[in-house]
Design a protein around this ligand. Sequence first.
Ligand SMILES: C[S@@+](CC[C@H](N)C(=O)[O-])C[C@H]1O[C@@H](n2cnc3c(N)ncnc32)[C@H](O)[C@@H]1O
Length: 183
Amino acid sequence: MSAAFAAVHREAFLTDTERRYAGKDRPLPIGHGQTNSQPTTVRNMLTLLDVQSGDRVLDVGSGSGWTTALLGHLTGSGGRVYGVELVPDLAEWGSRNLATQGMTWTSIQPADDGVLGLPEHAPFDRILVSAEARRLPEALVDQLGRGGRMVIPVFGRLSVVDRDVDGSVNVRRVGHYAFVPLR
Ligand SMILES: C[S@@+](CC[C@H](N)C(=O)[O-])C[C@H]1O[C@@H](n2cnc3c(N)ncnc32)[C@H](O)[C@@H]1O
């Protein structure tokens, strides 16, 4: 995990005005009322997600592109990371930020109207959601492959959702976190 944070510099995913605060352990504004998440929170979420080399990963709420790049480092070039972002301007900016990292196995696309996640690319081994849902979204659980895991904030609690090899779904609630809403 530390290697991923050392390799993917947060500075590359911040606006000119916020770049000087890259070392601060707090969320930083990226425009449109959204944030580049707090580093400790991202680290905790990625630790829980337990990404394996070669995984297919969905990053919901890719924002600045930082988490997409961190995930790309964790999967390595044998994996595939799909970022999806609701705000079209952020999808474009995040995509440009991501391109600076030269990870050809990662990408960001704008969310389609009324579609949560990227069902056309499912199933995924791992799903990271960086915005808070009011209840566990079935649409995302459905995009999780067997043996897969999703980490998602649900109503103030971080939830770890595992789909077993037999298809059954198990949900654990861990810490308390504040996030921008999943819309
Ligand atoms: C905390 S912010 C960005 C975090 C991002 N991972 C980063 O490192 O910059 C969460 C993002 O989720 C996006 N979002 C909210 N609802 C969404 C949805 N249904 N689909 C895709 N993105 C969504 C917001 O627009 C926002 O950019």
